[in-house]
Design a protein around this ligand. Structure first.
Ligand SMILES: [Zn+2]
Ligand SMILES: [Zn+2]
Ligand SMILES: [Zn+2]
Length: 460
């Protein structure tokens, strides 16, 4: 018996599934999804024809599958939606970040000699928040101030607590009424633009250092990067990036001799300082210039130094599977008509979301589409991106895995083995839903060897 349940509806579902004549095939489908929490249901067929004679050689249809559907993994990158698929995404991201640092997967090993930095671009302050500072294993008080000021709302701007790692107050403002929610939302919304301007400015500075025009730079140098967005506890996005200098066309060629790690460090510092984005005046607030935080961290990545390539790859891959839900917001879009009080959110994320919805009604900010991205606290960029020449792609890693799976299916007799160029393949697929019924969820959890709680939560 897979698991205990007191829900009679679920129990009936479990019994019906276990007794179904096609249970073995259903279980095989579930195993093939690798423990996916919300498998995609497809209906359709694949037909193989002989190009020469037009003869139908083989036909696969989901009509003969359990419930007439094929279940495939959802392939989400988000751990909050499907831990099993996010784990595959994390592992793939790790391998492709690592290949860009030490070679492999089509990247030559000589890439280790290219200047490479790990850069963290922070966000500015929008007000004092509860934080945890640990030095040599000792936690210091949050904001201990002997002559602490009292803010206009009557709150003393001091906190002597030594917050533990999972303290829900971490990242929350000492005074929510003083906190600049407008700035925090606008910064998240403009973070992708700030990154683009940073990358442009970096290239311009490097061109200048090499005595070249920006147009000529690509004949000598390629700036390759892989970046990931991370939400800080206060709900503001910052970026971690691997930035590498290659020769023209990518990692196969060395960068010119003037393009050293020092030159790259200088150019990164310069770009991080000068880049800004202008926000128009809104309501009673004047126009403002948003800039990156003054703190930024630039560290060289070496094979045996403080910051190894494994540590960097692990770090980036970890954040690639996370999104804003880690700071207590919702994992789905919010309708401006929704009652935010009904979501049981903490006050801080609720106020950020409310500010997104308020700013969304201002015409000058319409293009930021803040209502659509309120659940992301205003950020609408990609979480994990790489420039074209960084290393291999997630698509290539996936294709290699699917090719392997196809070989397995051929050797186990499910797919016919034909010469590909003599065959015409026609396939038709339609989406038929996703997830599990409650009964199926219990059996799927038992098959995947996880707790039912880990399987639950996927949309149906
Ligand atoms: Zn999944
Ligand atoms: Zn505190
Ligand atoms: Zn205040």
């Amino acid at each position: 018996m897979p698991a205990c349940t007191t829900n009679p509806h679920a129990l009936a579902g479990v019994i019906a599934r276990l007794n179904a004549p096609d249970y073995d095939r259903w279980a095989a489908q579930i195993r093939a999804t690798g423990g996916c929490r919300q498998p995609i249901h497809l209906r359709g067929k694949v037909e193989h024809y002989d190009r020469g004679t037009g003869r139908l050689l083989h036909c696969y249809t989901t009509r003969n599958e359990p419930d007439g559907i094929l279940r495939l993994p959802c392939k989400t990158r988000r751990a909050s939606r499907c831990p099993a698929c996010a784990e595959i995404y994390r592992a793939d991201t790790y391998h492709l970040i690592r290949a860009g640092l030490i070679g492999g997967k089509g990247v030559p090993e000589s890439v280790t000699a290219h200047p490479t930095l790990f850069v963290t671009l922070t966000a500015p302050s929008f007000g004092t928040v509860h934080s945890r500072c640990e030095k040599n294993g000792k936690v210091s008080p949050c904001h201990a101030r002997r002559d602490a000021e009292t803010c206009p709302h009557g709150r003393v701007m001091s906190c002597t607590a030594k917050h533990c790692l999972d303290d829900p107050h971490l990242g929350e403002p000492l005074c929510p009424d003083c906190y600049d929610y407008t700035g925090s939302v606008l910064f998240n919304a403009l973070a992708p633009l700030l990154w683009k301007r940073f990358a442009d400015s970096l290239r311009r500075r490097l061109a200048k250092l090499g005595g070249l025009t920006l147009k000529d730079l690509r004949e000598h140098l390629t700036v390759s990067f892989a970046k990931v967005a991370e939400y800080q506890r206060r709900g503001v996005v910052h970026f971690h990036a691997v930035i590498r200098l290659d020769g023209p066309g990518g990692p196969a060629a060395p960068p010119p001799s003037w393009a050293t790690a020092d030159a790259l460090t200088h150019a990164v510092r310069h770009a991080a300082h000068v880049v800004s984005a202008l926000v128009p005046a809104i309501d009673d607030q004047p126009a403002r210039l948003l800039k990156r935080g003054t703190q930024f961290d630039i560290r060289p990545i070496t094979l045996n130094g403080d910051l190894t390539e494994q540590a960097v790859a692990r770090y980036i891959a970890k954040y690639a599977t996370k999104a804003a839900e880690c700071v207590g917001t919702l994992d789905r879009r919010i309708n401006p008509l929704d009652n935010l009080d009904a979501f049981n959110l903490r006050e801080h994320p609720k106020r950020v979301i409310a500010e997104c919805l308020r700013l969304a009604t201002i015409e000058d900010l319409a293009e930021l589409r803040l209502a659509n991205w309120a659940h992301m606290l205003g950020f609408r960029g990609h979480f994990s991106t790489r420039s074209r020449h960084y290393s291999t792609t997630l698509g290539a890693l996936r294709a290699a895995r699917e090719h392997h799976a196809r070989d397995h299916e051929i050797t186990t007799g499910r797919l016919p083995l034909f010469e590909e160029d003599t065959i015409l393949v026609i396939s038709e697929w339609t989406y038929a839903g996703k997830g599990y019924s409650v009964g199926d969820q219990i059996i799927a959890a038992a098959i995947a060897g996880t707790r039912i709680r880990d399987m639950a939560g996927g949309a149906r």
